[in-house]
Write a protein that binds this ligand. Structure first.
Ligand code: NAD
Length: 267
């Protein structure tokens, strides 16, 4: 069986290094290129804590695509860079798997167009942890029975954006299923922001602390009861089964897929 040729963009980052290890470990995949702006010229195996892999880190995405001919590009870079990388990959005929956050609805429309125009596929996944996807699904089901809910997301202190993409997607899924309106807020906010941010009556709270990875709690409340649904990513390994599944599925799923849940669940 031909192995799928993979390029990792943002290869030296916290997620990128984990993706390198997961790709190298998988018999169906072949790591052909690594791109980052740091450690250029070094072997990515050493940077990822493995043995030498014979794949040198490059800083020019287009050049690596032309030379190494990847079939799939995995991007874990920064919100400021991700769309440029996507354009480069999709226009060059490479399918993309994107974990980088900060992709707007307008960006999604552009990605869809690029996929159509260049006959390439894209998976944009706000969260690759399978447990997190189940947490979101359980929240969407629970929204049919509880109209009051708040979301608390907790992440490491290096995270660049707030609230997290996962918490926004969770709120959207809850809103799509919610039975009644949320109660109007009473009481005054003595310190601005004390009640968190808000999407259509759903309060979102972002905690940023060293020691955390990625965690989320969805708390529903009604008369005399609460229901708490919580997911914890305790290490970045938690995202890897989802990333590997994404690489294998993106090749056969035409156009843009938004959310790994489309590759996981039947309905
Ligand atoms: P990180 O800062 O550790 O890694 C980013 C990497 O991108 C770095 O190695 C950096 O050098 C590289 N980079 C930055 N600018 C570059 C440029 N101009 N050219 C080439 N490389 C460049 O960040 P991280 O913790 O690995 O997270 C990366 C992204 O993934 C973030 O947006 C984060 O929110 C997201 N994330 C998504 C999931 C998910 O499941 N979808 C999970 C974790 C993190």
């Amino acid at each position: 069986m031909e192995r799928i040729k993979v390029l990792v963009s943002g290869a030296c980052g916290r997620m990128g290094r984990e993706v390198i290890k997961a790709v190298v470990k998988d018999e169906g995949l072949q790591l052909v290129a690594a791109v980052d702006k740091i450690n250029v010229g070094k072997d990515i195996g050493i940077i990822a804590g493995l043995e030498t892999l014979g794949v040198t880190i490059g800083d020019d995405l287009n050049e690596r695509i032309v030379k190494d001919k990847p079939q799939v590009m995995v991007d874990f870079t920064t919100p400021a860079l991700v769309m440029e990388n996507l354009r480069t990959g999709l226009k060059a005929g490479v399918h993309v798997v994107v974990g980088t956050t900060g992709i707007s609805p307008a960006d999604l429309r552009e990605i869809e167009e690029l996929c159509d125009n260049y006959q390439t596929n894209a998976l944009v996944a706000p969260n690759f942890a399978i447990g997190a996807l189940l947490m979101m699904r359980c929240a969407a089901i629970s929204a049919q029975y509880f109209s009051q809910v708040e979301i608390i997301e907790l992440h490491h202190d290096q995270k660049l954006d707030a609230p997290s993409g996962t918490s926004i997607k969770t709120a959207e899924m809850i809103l799509a299923n919610r039975v009644g309106p949320s109660h109007p807020e009473i009481g005054e906010e003595k310190i601005k922001g004390a009640r968190g941010g808000e999407i259509d009556g759903i309060r979102l709270h972002s905690v940023r602390l060293p020691g955390l990875i990625a965690h989320q709690e969805v708390i529903f409340g009604s008369e005399g009861q609460t229901l708490t649904i919580r997911h914890d990513s305790l290490s970045r390994e938690s995202f890897m089964p989802g990333v590997i599944l994404g690489i294998k599925k993106v090749i056969e799923n035409q156009g843009l897929t938004y959310g790994l849940d489309h590759f996981l669940f039947k309905d």
